[in-house]
Design a binder for this molecule. Sequence first.
Ligand code: HEM
Length: 315
Amino acid sequence: MMGDPVDPDLTEQLRKLQAKYSAMGQDLSSYLDGLLHADYLTYWDYIHLDTLLSLQSPKTQFPDEKIFIVYHQITELYFSLILWEIDQLSAAESLQETFFIERIQRINRYFVQLRDSFAIMVHGMEKEQFLSFRMSLLPASGFQSSQYRLIEIYSTDMINLVNTTEREALSEYSDIGQQLEKLYWRSGATELASGKTTLTLRQFEKKYMPEFKAAGMKYRDKNLRKLYLKSFPQSLPVIQCLRELDTLANVQWPLAHLRAAGHYLHKNPQDIAATGGTNWQKFLPPRFQKIMFFPELWSPQEQADWGKAAFENNP
Ligand code: HEM
């Protein structure tokens, strides 16, 4: 009895597989046996759905705390995608302009999602519930997001992350250790009542400062700003997408976040002076922080207007 004719494409695939496995000294036939017994991949295993859905552990009985946790997790996942793209850009052997632009546009898209979804925080939780469950979360804060700090370090030179009042005294070429001492967020986290650094900051620094220093050294010559200056200083499309990134990361997301703080927290600093609160009204607004990843892309007037409302949607 004649069998079905063997599909020539299949024969060719088998030949290629044979070559691949024998190059590694492996027996293809044993692997084919394994394939015969293997289960089909499922969606839930592939994305680790059960694990993903087991990663929310509210500290209180308030139902809206789950929204707070999940939204932070979503944000951290986007942050990881942003770092993923920057890492690939800085590792590229010969950086092409179209590749650079496409990857910055990906990052911008993630930031657009984060900016536009912040309404989930501002309007998507009952205020009373939030004000109650947040007291059970102290002294933890999104301030302690290491990925947020790494996005900053991967994107620009450390000098651009130094507190505005200290920036003049240091230069781009100062020792990284000295620049790290003066990072804008380190001076921001002080308690209103005592003027001391917050426990939030101390715990964060203890865990992450060595990693931030290592990242600063690693990206010193290949952060996004350096890549741009080295490879495409005159390119208008590159400049356009980097200006968008600067606006999204350092004005629009911070303003969306600030709106949430303003919605829930006391607006008068004195009200929270005794509760261990930070001076967030003076710390969070982008017009005070004046963080720009690419300062050379902004005119003196644009820099002076940084974070002002009219500027918000007009990169
Ligand atoms: C209702 C929602 C939120 C409120 C009321 C809020 C409030 C605050 C406040 C008051 C601070 C200043 C530091 C402190 O006192 O802890 C802060 C810092 C911060 N939060 Fe939030 N936050 C909210 C949601 C989020 C989310 C979803 C993220 C995402 C990861 C986040 C990330 C951050 C970061 C990165 C900082 C430091 C900002 C900087 O250094 O410029 N926050 N937040």
